[in-house]
Ligand binder design. Structure first.
Ligand SMILES: N[C@@H](CCC(=O)N[C@@H](CS)C(=O)NCC(=O)O)C(=O)O
Length: 130
């Protein structure tokens, strides 16, 4: 049984989609980021980053933050979505690295400057939109 510490963000949904695609049993622990629940001791002691997603795999005794590491762990554990060797494996890892290091953070910054920045920083909006 997996336990997914989750909030309804892109990083949270990535893991939810993977668990559903694999058809494996899981339970969800909702973390309310707006209330700052990621900083509460019960959650903070599980991950130094204090961010969702976080996956607990009871069978392998693994507690894992970071969406790319979680996706790779799930793919390898269940032998799906990540070829074991060769060019196709590295193509998957290439796009996974690109998503977590380029698309994800830039989209996150854009969301912040459009929806949460009360000062209306036009330079930042243009930069992250581009
Ligand atoms: N590099 C991390 C990013 C995780 C992340 O940014 N999580 C956000 C929600 S999408 C979060 O928990 N933010 C709470 C905070 O920063 O306090 C991953 O890929 O899992």
């Amino acid at each position: 049984m997996y336990t997914l510490y989750f909030a309804p963000t892109a990083n949270g949904h990535k893991i939810l989609i993977m668990l559903e695609a694999l058809g494996v049993p899981y339970q969800i622990r909702r973390i309310d980021l707006a209330l700052g629940e990621q900083h509460q001791p019960q959650f903070a002691r599980l991950t130094p980053h204090r961010k969702i997603p976080l996956l607990i795999d009871e069978e392998q005794a693994v507690t894992l933050p970071e969406s790319a590491a979680i996706l790779q762990c799930l793919a390898e554990t269940h032998g799906q979505f990540l070829p074991p060797t060769g060019a196709e494996r590295y193509a998957v890892l290439h796009w996974l690295a690109w998503q977590v290091s380029s698309l994800g953070p830039m989209a996150g910054q854009l969301y912040h400057f459009i929806h949460q920045d009360t000062e209306g920083n036009q330079y930042a909006r243009s930069r992250y939109q581009a």
